[in-house]
Structure formats: C-alpha cells, structure tokens
Design a protein around this ligand. Structure first.
Ligand SMILES: [Zn+2]
Length: 75
C-alpha cells in the first residue's frame, strides 16, 4: 500500500515537471519569433502574423492584405 502511494507521488512529480518544461519551451518559441520587414509600410512585423508572398522569386512579407495590394500596385 505504501509503495503504491510512492508511485503515485513520483508519477505526479514527473508529470508536474514535464508539464513545466513544456510551458517553458513554448515561451522560448514565442520569444524567438522572427521579425520580418514590410516593404510597403516600412515596419517590422512578426513573421507568424505576416502575409507571405512570393513575387518574382523573392519572398515579401506584409502586415495586412491592404499593404500587399498597395505594394503590388507600386511594382
Ligand atoms: Zn504594412
């Protein structure tokens, strides 16, 4: 009976720390989020929120669909 309690406690500790580690890794990922340059409004935006477009073999990023449309009119 005592052994069973210890197994449960150890299992809980293991579960708790593995969960904590996972959360930490997620935080790291969001901090490392790359910034990309918006050629239209000349600002840096987060890559995961940017609109990615390939134009003539070059990759461009835009903060919004409007920016993309404005840029396409310019080139
Ligand atoms: Zn923009």
């Amino acid at each position: 009976m005592r052994l069973l309690i210890w197994i449960i406690i150890l299992g809980f500790i293991f579960w708790y720390f593995s969960r904590k580690k996972r959360i930490k890794e997620n935080d790291k990922k969001s901090l490392v989020t790359e910034l990309v340059f918006d050629e239209n409004c000349k600002t840096y935006i987060k890559k995961d929120k940017a609109i990615k477009v390939d134009i003539k073999g070059k990759t461009y990023y835009f903060c919004s669909k409007r920016c993309l449309e404005e840029f396409l009119k310019k080139i």
